[in-house]
Design a protein around this ligand. Structure first.
Ligand SMILES: Nc1nc2c(ncn2[C@@H]2O[C@H](COP(=O)(O)OP(=O)(O)OP(=O)(O)O)[C@@H](O)[C@H]2O)c(=O)[nH]1
Ligand SMILES: [Mg+2]
Length: 684
C-alpha cells in the first residue's frame, strides 16, 4: 500500500511528462508575438530573478512596464535587475524581497509594495519548487503546498484590491499563475494535505499545481460575479529548459540536454551553436531604443463645424489644456490652424500637431469649406516630397507635418449626414485616415444613437466613402480592432470639468438630471476612441499615411512630371533611361522651337523689309512731289523776283531821272536868285 502510494505519483508524473514532451516535439514551436507597449503599467513577477520568471520580467520591462522582481535572494535579484537595465529596457525594474515559504514574508512584501502607492496591472505567480526532498515552510506546511500554492494564494488575495482598482474594462488587470500539465494527475488528499502519512515529492508537486488551477478557476468565478476588471489565468508553459528540473531522477536528468536540443531548435534554419553571447538578440531592442531616442510625431486634423467640441475633445484625449481659440461664425473662408506641442509620457517623446478647421461649414459656397482642407493636406505631402527629392535630404530631423489621423466631427442631429460631410469625406478619403466621430453624444438618446450610427455607416457605404479601418491582420490586436470596426463611428463626449463620483474625481459633464462620465463606456465611446487612436493604432495610422496616402500622392505627382516605371511596351525603365528619354525629348523640343523661332524671325524680317521698302517708296514719292512743288514755287519766286528787280530797276531809273531833274531845277533857282541878288545889290 505504502509502496503503491509512493510509486503511483511518480509513474503518473513521468507519463504526463512524456506526453507533454511528445506534444512539443510534434507541434509547431512557439514564437513570441509582437505585443503592444505597456508603458505606465506595473507588474510583479515572483521568482523573477531566474528561469522563466527572469525571461518574463525581462520581456515585460522591454514592453515598458515597471517590473517588480519578487524573490528570496537579494543578490540574485539585484543581478537580474542589473542585467535587464544593461539591455536598455524601456521600463523600470526593481527587486523586492519575498520569501514565499513564509506567509509572514508574503504579508511584509505586500505591505512594502502597497506603501509605494503604485498601481498593479499584472501579477505573475511564477515561483515554485519541484520534487524537492521533504521539508516544511515557515508555518509548518509541506514545502510544495506551502510555497507553490499557499504563498501565492495569500499574495494574490492581499493584492486583489490593487488589481481591481488598476484594471479597466477595456484593459483588465491580470493574475497569471504558472501551473503545469501535472495538475491532471494531481490528487487532493483533503484528509492529509501535507502528505504526512506517506510523503511523495511527486504527489506533493502535482497536488500543489492542481490546487493552483482550482484556485485560478475559483478566483475567476468570484471576479466575474463581482464584475471587476481583472482576469485570473493559469498557464502551462510546457517543458522549459530551467533549473527547476534539477531534481528529476537520474535517467531523466541524463536525457535533459539532448531533449532540450531537440525541442528548442528552429526547424527551418541551419543550426549553428554560438559559443557565447553575441548580442544580436538585442536587435529589436536597438530599434525600439533608436525610435525612442528620435521621438515620434503624430498629426491630427479635426474637421467639424464651429463649436462642435473639437478642442474640448482634444483636451480630454490628451488630458491637458491645449491653447484654444474660439472661432467666429463669420469667417469668409476656412482657415487651418496648426499648433504643435511636445509631449512626454515615461521616456517617450511625442511631437503632437493638432490642426483645426476654423470656420468650417460657415460659408454659403460649401466648396470653399472643403477645398482649403484638401489643399492643406496636399501642401504637407508636397513639402515632404520636396524634402525627399532633395540631393541633401535631412528626413531624420524633418518635421513631418503630414496628417496621420483625421477626426471628422459629425453633428449629433440623430438624422443623417449633411451633404457637406459626405462631400468632404469623399474628397479626403484617399488622402487621409478618416475616423468619424459623433460629437456631443450626450445630447442624443441611446436608441437614437444606435440608429444614427447605422444610418451614418450606410450613407458612407452607399456614397463610396472609405473611412479608416482598424487593422485586423496583426493577431495581437485583431480581436479588439475587429470589434471596434463594428462600432464606428465613435459617439464621444468631451469635458474639461472633473466631478466627484464615489471617492474619485472623474472627467464628466454635469447636468441637473445627472452626470455623463466621459470615461464610462456605458455613457459614451470616448475610451474606445482613445484606446484605438492612441494606444493600439497610432503606429498603424502613421504607417498608412506614409505607405498608402503619401505613396498615392507621390505616384501621381511623379507621373505628372513624366516619370514612369514602364515604357509603352510595358517594359521596366530605369530612372536613368527616363532621364535620358526626357532629356532627348526636351532637346528635340528645344530644337524644334528654335527652328520655329528662326523661321518666324526670317518671315518677320521679310515683312519688315517689304514694309520698309513701301515706306521708302512712299517717302520717295512724297519727296519727289515736294521737290516738284519746291521747284515750281522756286520758279514762281524767281519770276516774281525778276519782275520785282525790273520794277526796282525802273524805279531806280525813274528816281535817278527825278533826282537829276530836281538838281537842275535847284541850280536854275540858285542862279535866278543870284541874278536877283546882284540886281538888287546894283540898285543900292
Ligand atoms: N454637450 C456637450 N457639449 C460639449 C461637448 N464638448 C464640448 N462641448 C461644449 O461645446 C462648446 C464648444 O466647445 P469647443 O471645444 O470650444 O468647440 P470647438 O469645435 O473647438 O469650437 P471652435 O474651435 O470655436 O470651432 C463648449 O461650450 C463646450 O463645453 C460635449 O461632448 N457635449
Ligand atoms: Mg476650438
Amino acid at each position: 500500500m505504502w509502496l503503491l502510494s509512493f510509486i503511483l505519483p511518480i509513474l503518473r508524473l513521468y507519463l504526463v511528462g512524456v506526453k507533454v514532451l511528445l506534444y512539443q516535439l510534434f507541434n509547431k514551436s512557439f514564437t513570441l508575438p509582437v505585443l503592444p507597449t505597456q508603458n505606465g503599467r506595473v507588474a510583479i513577477v515572483t521568482g523573477g530573478a531566474r528561469g522563466m520568471g527572469y525571461e518574463t520580467a525581462r520581456h515585460l520591462a522591454r514592453l515598458g512596464m515597471h517590473v517588480v522582481i519578487a524573490g528570496n535572494s537579494e543578490e540574485e535579484g539585484l543581478q537580474a535587475v542589473k542585467k535587464i537595465h544593461e539591455e536598455g529596457s524601456e521600463g523600470k525594474v526593481e527587486f523586492l524581497f519575498l520569501h514565499l515559504c513564509s506567509l509572514k514574508s508574503v504579508r511584509q512584501f505586500v505591505h512594502r509594495f502597497k506603501a509605494r502607492a503604485l498601481p498593479l496591472h499584472v501579477l505573475v505567480n511564477n515561483a515554485g519548487v519541484m520534487l524537492v526532498p521533504e521539508g516544511t515552510a515557515e508555518e509548518g506546511f509541506e514545502l510544495h503546498f506551502g510555497l507553490n500554492y499557499l504563498g501565492h494564494f495569500l499574495l494574490t488575495n492581499l493584492l486583489l484590491d490593487k488589481l481591481k482598482r488598476s484594471g479597466r474594462h477595456d484593459a483588465c488587470s491580470r493574475v497569471v499563475t504558472m501551473s503545469s500539465a501535472t495538475h491532471y494527475v494531481g490528487r487532493l488528499d483533503m484528509e492529509d494535505l501535507q502528505g504526512r502519512s506517506c510523503y511523495s515529492a511527486h504527489g506533493a508537486y502535482s497536488q500543489s499545481k492542481l490546487a493552483l488551477v482550482l484556485f485560478t478557476y475559483h478566483l475567476q468565478e468570484k471576479i466575474t460575479a463581482g464584475g471587476f476588471p481583472v482576469t485570473s489565468n493559469a498557464v502551462d508553459p510546457g517543458m522549459v529548459d530551467t533549473d527547476l528540473y534539477n531534481n528529476l531522477c537520474i535517467p531523466a536528468q541524463a536525457a535533459k540536454k539532448p531533449v532540450a536540443k531537440m525541442l528548442f531548435r528552429d526547424k527551418n534554419a541551419r543550426p549553428l551553436s554560438l559559443s557565447g553571447h553575441v548580442g544580436f538578440d538585442s536587435l529589436p531592442h536597438q530599434l525600439v531604443n533608436k525610435s525612442t531616442c528620435q521621438g515620434f510625431c503624430f498629426n491630427i486634423l479635426c474637421i467639424g463645424e464651429t463649436g462642435i467640441g473639437k478642442s474640448t475633445l482634444m483636451d480630454t484625449l490628451f488630458n491637458t489644456n491645449f491653447e484654444n481659440f474660439e472661432s467666429s461664425h463669420f469667417e469668409p473662408k476656412v482657415k487651418l490652424r496648426a499648433q504643435t506641442y511636445d509631449l512626454q509620457e515615461s521616456n517617450v517623446r511625442l511631437k503632437l500637431t493638432i490642426v483645426n478647421t476654423v470656420g468650417f461649414g460657415d460659408q454659403m459656397n460649401k466648396q470653399e469649406s472643403y477645398q482649403h482642407v484638401v489643399d492643406y493636406i496636399d501642401t504637407q505631402f508636397e513639402s515632404y516630397l520636396q524634402e525627399e527629392l532633395k540631393i541633401k535630404r535631412s528626413l531624420h530631423n524633418y518635421h513631418d507635418s503630414r496628417i496621420h489621423a483625421c477626426l471628422y466631427f459629425i453633428a449629433p442631429s440623430g438624422h443623417s449626414l449633411k451633404s457637406l460631410d459626405l462631400v468632404t469625406m469623399k474628397k479626403l478619403d484617399s488622402k487621409v485616415n478618416i475616423i468619424p466621430v459623433i460629437a456631443k453624444a450626450d445630447t442624443i438618446s441611446k436608441s437614437e444613437l444606435h440608429k444614427f450610427k447605422i444610418k451614418i455607416m450606410s450613407e458612407l457605404v452607399s456614397n463610396g466613402v472609405q473611412i479608416y479601418q482598424f487593422p485586423t491582420d496583426d493577431e495581437t490586436v485583431s480581436k479588439i480592432n475587429t470589434a471596434m470596426n463594428g462600432i464606428l463611428p465613435f459617439a464621444v463626449v468631451g469635458s474639461s470639468e472633473e466631478v466627484k463620483i464615489g471617492n474619485k474625481m472623474v472627467k464628466a459633464r454635469q447636468y441637473p438630471w445627472g452626470v455623463v462620465q466621459v470615461e464610462n463606456e456605458n455613457h459614451c465611446d470616448f475610451v474606445k476612441l482613445r484606446e484605438m487612436l492612441i494606444c493600439v493604432n497610432m503606429e498603424d495610422l502613421r504607417e498608412q499615411t506614409h505607405t498608402r496616402h503619401y505613396e498615392l500622392y507621390r505616384r501621381c505627382k511623379l507621373e505628372e512630371m513624366g516619370f514612369t516605371d514602364t515604357n509603352p511596351e510595358s517594359k521596366p525603365v530605369s530612372l536613368q533611361e527616363t532621364y535620358e528619354a526626357k532629356r532627348h525629348e526636351f532637346l528635340g523640343d528645344l530644337q524644334r522651337r528654335e527652328e520655329e523661332m528662326r523661321q518666324m524671325f526670317v518671315q518677320r524680317v521679310k515683312e519688315k523689309e517689304t514694309e520698309l521698302k513701301e515706306a521708302e517708296r512712299e517717302l520717295q514719292g512724297k519727296f519727289e512731289q515736294l521737290k516738284r512743288l519746291h521747284s515750281e514755287e522756286k520758279s514762281k519766286l524767281d519770276e516774281k523776283r525778276r519782275s520785282l528787280e525790273d520794277e526796282i530797276n525802273t524805279f531806280s531809273k525813274k528816281k535817278t531821272a527825278a533826282e537829276l531833274l530836281q538838281g537842275q531845277s535847284f541850280n536854275t533857282n540858285a542862279n535866278l536868285k543870284k541874278d536877283k541878288d546882284r540886281k538888287n545889290s546894283g540898285f543900292m
